[in-house]
Write a protein of this length. Sequence first.
Length: 110
Amino acid sequence: MKNFEQRLARIDKIHKAGGAFESSGTLGRAYFDATRPRRRRGVSLRALAFLFAAALLFKAAILAQLGQDGYAERVAALANGSVFEQAGAWVLQADPATLKLAGFIQPILR
């Protein structure tokens, strides 16, 4: 009986300290804390990297298909348009990475 009293005192002490006991096989607090959906961040770095790579590949494919002169003409036409078209021209301008990638893609497309 003394052992039982000690166990009860220990359990009360843990409960007062904020702890809790759960029986095995029950759906207690630990179960619900583990299955609670985690808060998601806005945009992951992986998604941003994928979007950047897709845009770069898109630009390179268009550049390889049209050639540098045709591509430059179309980007210049965008640069003379509205604010949104000017933003598109800024994004679509041929950078060194796009030129290099277009050089790899061009033999495949032709």
